[in-house]
Design a binder for this molecule. Structure first.
Ligand code: CDP
Length: 218
């Protein structure tokens, strides 16, 4: 059994969980796992190799041979810095489509669990608390209204210099929510013992502070 403590933060797309999880990890001096980045990396490889979203065997092979290097907020794949590329909307959309395949998800399990190193891990995604780290000491399900999330995603993309349109973003978020929640493999849903936090009207700092308080109470 792995005794290294884990804080699992799950939630829908653009709920702010990535930023929150990174800040919680930094505050505690723990490691950080952005599990969505792994699905995005597989999607990027699939796009590059011309692998179709339905070709489960080929996608699973791509996932199994994935050896990303995370360092100081950057991610390298096959010797190339792909940090910004994997944030593209087309990569995110494909990530969500291929994440429905159980063999691909299974192929990423060991890679994800390998991030659990002392002194601790903060992991964010969709199934951190339900599938990957069911023994996490603190499980947080972070939500926000679809409008608040579209606004945040719009701001995030503009800051990166990617043009975006709120109406299209809203449509895309709803479609991704639907796909992430309705799939049969590891659907997006709170673990039974998760604490729910609605961040629609909270600043990032308030969300981080609440999670650190919950952690401190344990
Ligand atoms: O930025 P956004 O929250 O939309 O996505 P992300 O966290 O980077 O993850 C990209 C996609 O990977 C999501 O739409 C999910 O479908 C999938 N994913 C997953 O299935 N399980 C995870 N633990 C993390 C992400």
């Amino acid at each position: 059994m792995n005794e290294v403590p884990v804080i699992a933060i799950d939630g829908p797309t653009a709920s702010g969980k990535g930023t929150v999880a990174q800040r919680v990890a930094a505050a505690l001096g723990w490691h950080y796992l952005d599990s969505g980045a792994l699905y995005r990396l597989v999607a990027l490889r699939a796009l590059q190799a011309g692998v179709a979203a339905a070709d489960v065997a080929a996608l699973t092979r791509l996932a199994r041979s994935l050896r990303p290097q995370f360092d100081a907020g950057r991610v390298c794949l096959d010797g190339r810095d792909v940090t910004d590329e994997i944030r593209r909307e087309d990569v995110g959309a494909l990530a969500s489509r291929i994440a429905v395949h159980p063999p691909l998800r299974a192929a990423l399990l060991d890679l994800q669990r390998g991030f659990r190193c002392p002194p601790g891990l903060v992991a964010d995604g969709r199934d951190m608390a339900t599938v990957v780290f069911p023994d996490a000491g603190l499980k947080v399900f972070l939500t926000a209204s679809v409008e608040a999330r579209a606004g945040r995603r719009h701001k995030q993309l503009s800051e990166k210099g990617f043009p975006s349109n709120i109406a299209i973003l809203l449509q895309d978020l709803r479609a991704r929510d639907e796909r992430d929640s309705s799939r049969s493999a590891a659907p997006l849903r709170p673990a039974k013992d998760a604490r729910q936090l609605d961040s629609s009207d909270l600043a990032i700092d308030e969300v981080v502070a609440q999670i650190l308080r919950w952690h401190g109470e344990r």
